[in-house]
Each structure stands twice: as C-alpha cells, then as structure tokens.
Design a protein around this ligand. Structure first.
Ligand SMILES: [Zn+2]
Length: 299
C-alpha cells in the first residue's frame, strides 16, 4: 500500500500557532513503528502543477498564491501566513492526493498522510486550506482517463464546503459530507449529500447516520474511485470538534467506510483532513488506525 507523505515540507508557522503541524511526522513514525508498513511503502509526492490545480482553481488565484500576492485578509482566512514554504507544502499536499488516487486505481488502496484540504474554494482558501486536493485529484483522474466517476466521502467534522462549491453542477463527481451542524463553516454550501449532526453526537447515532449516507452515496454516485477524507476531528476530545465520538467509534467509522467501498469493488484513496485533539498523540492514533485498517481490509 503506497503512502504519500509531505511532512518534510514544513509549513513555517509562528510560535504558539494552533495548527498541530507535528502530527504529520508523528503519523509517519507511528505507521513505520506499527510493523504494517516497510520504508519502501512511503513515497514523496510531486508538487501539483499549475495545469493540475487549474482543473479546480482559478488561474489568477493560483498565480496570486504562487507569487505571494494574497491580501492580509485572504491570508487571515486561510489561517497561515504566506511563505515560499506554504506554497510548496500546498502543492505537495495536492500532489500527494493525486499520487494516492493514481496508486489506488492500480493497487486498490493508497493514502495521502496529510491533505483533505476541503475548505479551499475555486478562488480563495480558508480554514487552513489553500488548494482543494480532492477536487484537483478527482479531476486529474478523469483527465488522465483513469476514472470516469468519483465519490468524495468527507467525514471530517467540518463540512467540505470548498469541495461542494467547486464541484457543484458536476454530475460526474459526487460529494458526501457528514459533519457537525453547528460547527465551522457557519454558512454551509450544498454537497450532493449532506448529513448534519447535533453537538455531542456519540458513536451509535453517528454510525447509524453514516451507514444511511454511505448506502445512498454509493448508490447514486456509482463511482470508479472513492476519495475518503478521514478527519480525526469528530473525536470527543478535539478542541474544535463539538462531537462525542470515541477513538474506537472513529475506527468503526473507518471500517464501515472502507468495507463499504471494498464490498462495492471501488478503489479508495485516503486523505487525513483535520485533527486537533488536546493530546496530539490521540490525533496520531486516530489517523494511524485509519491507514492500518485500510491496509488490512484490502489485504
Ligand atoms: Zn475539520
């Protein structure tokens, strides 16, 4: 199972910044230590090119990001200060989901050990997202003739608003988002299927709604590829989550998504998306569980 990592492209952040950048290198270390993966499973992705990004983004936006011409306000919405490192990291992160999708279509399952930047819109970023990796990768697979129809299953606790907006009106890519009703983004976009959950929603209620959503999404999407955003932030001890899932509940969520895709015979690419647990190790455990489970389900 190919794993694409970007933790060597560190995004320079001011001291005390609330984004847990260290989770990515810890995740790679945890996966290696698990014994389920060899060094040779880990791959550096290419940096997504302008032409790849432009299938989901405005050329003018890509240029302004690349040249450091984002306004103060735009940088504030993204939540990261602009730097050359931020551009490189954002391109590599999209490249990692692209790589994971290509690998999944060859080997059935693959992962980006970061990514899931679903708050990036066609011409702007927000919520720690610059480029929308899922939209870029889905369009790339279509353009390369590798997949005709794609399903994005977004289980990050925040709605995949950028993905919904970019792909709205595109019948070939189905967007399914299951998220907290009262969480960011406060003005929601319309996905092909949205499931909204109340604050404090716990394992049992979550899993029941998820099952309904998966059945509907797979039925309507008829995908050749699933891109699964396995956000760790529905966790009950997440600083931004507002939901009540346990680590075991999140592993069961992963099992259901992955088993449903496997049962339908649909290759699946993983992206990690958000995770802001009070203890970074919890976030790392949740993400590591996802990747290990994927490997076991497709063994
Ligand atoms: Zn999130």
């Amino acid at each position: 199972m190919k794993l694409f990592y970007t933790d060597v492209f560190v995004l320079p952040l001011p001291a005390g910044h609330r984004f847990p950048m260290e989770k990515y290198s810890r995740l790679r270390a945890a996966l290696l230590a698990s014994g389920d993966f060899a060094e040779s499973d880990f791959h550096l992705p290419h940096a997504a090119t302008d032409d790849e990004l432009a299938r989901a983004h405005d050329r003018a936006y890509i240029e302004r990001v690349s040249r450091g011409e984002l306004s103060e306000r735009e940088q504030k919405a993204i939540g990261f200060p602009w730097s050359e490192g931020m551009v490189e990291r954002s391109r590599r992160s999209a490249g990692a989901t692209l790589g994971a999708c290509r690998a999944a279509l060859e080997d059935s399952i693959a992962a980006n050990l970061a990514g899931g930047t679903h708050h990036a819109f066609r011409d702007r970023g927000e919520g720690f997202c610059v480029f929308n990796d899922a939209a870029v990768a889905a369009r790339a697979m279509q353009a390369e003739g590798r997949a005709r129809r794609v399903l994005v299953v977004d289980c990050d606790v925040h709605q995949g608003n950028g993905t919904a907006s970019i792909l709205r009106g595109d019948d070939s890519i189905f967007t399914f988002s299951i998220h907290g009703a009262r969480n960011f983004p406060f003005a929601k976009e319309q996905s092909d299927l949205d499931i909204e959950l109340p604050d404090g929603c716990c394992d049992e209620a979550y899993l029941q709604r998820l099952d309904e959503g998966l059945a509907t999404a797979l039925d309507l999407a008829r995908p050749d590829l699933v891109i699964y955003l396995a956000g760790a932030d529905p966790y009950r001890d997440d600083r931004f989550g507002r939901l009540g899932l346990t680590i075991a509940g999140l592993a069961e969520r992963d099992r259901r998504v992955l088993a449903a895709a496997r049962a339908s015979g649909v290759p699946t690419a993983l992206a990690m998306a958000g995770g802001y647990a009070r203890e970074v190790d919890d976030t790392v455990s949740i993400h590591a569980n996802t990747v290990r489970l994927a490997r076991h389900i497709w063994r």
